[in-house]
Design a protein around this ligand. Structure first.
Ligand code: DTR
Ligand code: CA
Ligand code: ZN
Ligand code: ZN
Length: 324
C-alpha cells in the first residue's frame, strides 16, 4: 500500500488514480499490485483525507465562546443553542452545502435541527452523519457534544475542500434537544415519511468522541458500518470495544427504530475505566471516561486531543467508504 507524504495510506485504486494523473502507468509506479482502471475508466476508490485536529479544536473554541457569552450553556431553547447552530450553518453555506433549519417545539421552547446536503450523488441512496448540537443547561457541553458536532462539521468541510463527488448522496445533520430525550432527531425522522426514510442507506452518530479519559467504542448495530469503523481503528493499531449501553441513548435510536442501518463511535461518559481498558488504551483506571459529564467543567479543557483526532479521522474514513 503506497503512503502519501502525510503518511496516510492510499487504497490501491486511489494509487492508480494518483499515478495516472501524474502521467505514470498505474502498473509501474506503485509497490503494491495496482489494478489499472478498466477501459471504461471506472472511478477508483477515493481515499478520505486527514481531518486536521487544529480545525476541529477551532470549532470547539467557538462553541466555548458562544456558551460563555450566553449564560454558560448551549442548551435547547436558550440563546447559546441558536448561536451554535448559526455558527455551523455559516460555515456550511460558505462551503457550498444546501442547508436547512427545521423548527420544532419541546418543553415550551423552540428547538432547531440543521441539515446540510452536499450537492450531487444518488438521491435515492443517502448516507447521513450526525451529532447533537445541544448541551445540558449546566454547562457548555464541549465534549457532550461539541466534540461530535465539530468533527462532523470538519468532515463536511473536508468533503467540500476535496471536491469529493461520491456515488451516494451525503447529508450531514446537527440535532436539537437530544438532552431532553432525542427530541430533535425523532422529530426529523418522523417528519421524513416512509418514502424518504427508505432512501437513507445509513445513519452515523457521533455523541461524545473526545472524552478526557477516553475509550474507543463502536456501536454494535449495522454490521457493515461497525466493520467499517473497526477496520479503520485496526488499521491504526487501536483496539475497540462494542458500545453495549448505547441502545436508545443517542440520536441513532430514532433512525434504528425506523429501520435505517445505524452505527457510530463513542469515547465514554460517566462509567469508570477498568484496568483491562487502561492496559490497551492508557488513561486512568477507576476514573470515569468523562468526569465532567453533564457538568459545568465540560469545557475545552475537558477534551483528549488524540481521541478526538482519531475519531474525527475515523468519521471521514467511514463517510468516504460508505458513500463510494
Ligand atoms: N446520552 C448521551 C451520552 C451517552 C451515554 N451513553 C451513550 C452511549 C452511546 C452514545 C451516547 C451515550 C448524552 O448524554 O448526550
Ligand atoms: Ca486527523
Ligand atoms: Zn449528554
Ligand atoms: Zn450527548
Amino acid at each position: 500500500m503506497q503512503l502519501l507524504p502525510s503518511g496516510r495510506a492510499l487504497t490501491a485504486g486511489a494509487v492508480a488514480v494518483v499515478t495516472l494523473m501524474a502521467g505514470g502507468s498505474a502498473a509501474g509506479a506503485a509497490s503494491a499490485p495496482v489494478h489499472p482502471a478498466t477501459p471504461t475508466g471506472t472511478a477508483a476508490a477515493a481515499a478520505a483525507p486527514d481531518i486536521p485536529i487544529a480545525n476541529v479544536k477551532t470549532h470547539l473554541r467557538q462553541l466555548q465562546s458562544i456558551a460563555t457569552a450566553n449564560g454558560g450553556n448551549r442548551a435547547h431553547g436558550r440563546a447559546g443553542y441558536r448561536a451554535s447552530l448559526d455558527y455551523m450553518k455559516a460555515k456550511l453555506d460558505a462551503a457550498g452545502f444546501t442547508t436547512r433549519v427545521q423548527q420544532f417545539s419541546a418543553s415550551g421552547r423552540t428547538g432547531y435541527n440543521l441539515t446540510a446536503d452536499w450537492p450531487g450523488g444518488d438521491a435515492s441512496q443517502i448516507v447521513m452523519a450526525g451529532s447533537h448540537l445541544d448541551s445540558v443547561a449546566s454547562g457548555p457541553g464541549i465534549n457532550d457534544n461539541g466534540s461530535g458536532s465539530s468533527a462532523v462539521l470538519e468532515t463536511a468541510l473536508a468533503v467540500a475542500r476535496s471536491g469529493y463527488q461520491p456515488t451516494k448522496h451525503l447529508r450531514f445533520a446537527w440535532w436539537g434537544a437530544e438532552e431532553l430525550g432525542l427530541v430533535g432527531s425523532r422529530y426529523y425522522v418522523n417528519s421524513l415519511g416512509s418514502a424518504e426514510r427508505a432512501k437513507i442507506s445509513g445513519y452515523l452518530n457521533f455523541d461524545m468522541i473526545g472524552s478526557p479519559n477516553p475509550g474507543y467504542f463502536v456501536y454494535d448495530d449495522d454490521p457493515t458500518i461497525e466493520k467499517t469503523f473497526k477496520d479503520y481503528f485496526s488499521g491504526i493499531g487501536i483496539s475497540t470495544e462494542i458500545e453495549t449501553e448505547g441502545d436508545g441513548r443517542s440520536d441513532h435510536a430514532p433512525f434504528k427504530n425506523a429501520g435505517v442501518p445505524v452505527g457510530g463511535l463513542f469515547s465514554g461518559a460517566d462509567y469508570r475505566k477498568t484496568s483491562a481498558q487502561a492496559a490497551k488504551w492508557g488513561g486512568t483506571v477507576g476514573q470515569p471516561f468523562d468526569r465532567c459529564y453533564h457538568s459545568s467543567c465540560d469545557t475545552t479543557a475537558n477534551i483528549d486531543d488524540t481521541a478526538l483526532d482519531r475519531n474525527s479521522d475515523a468519521i471521514a474514513y467511514a463517510v468516504w467508504e460508505l458513500s463510494q
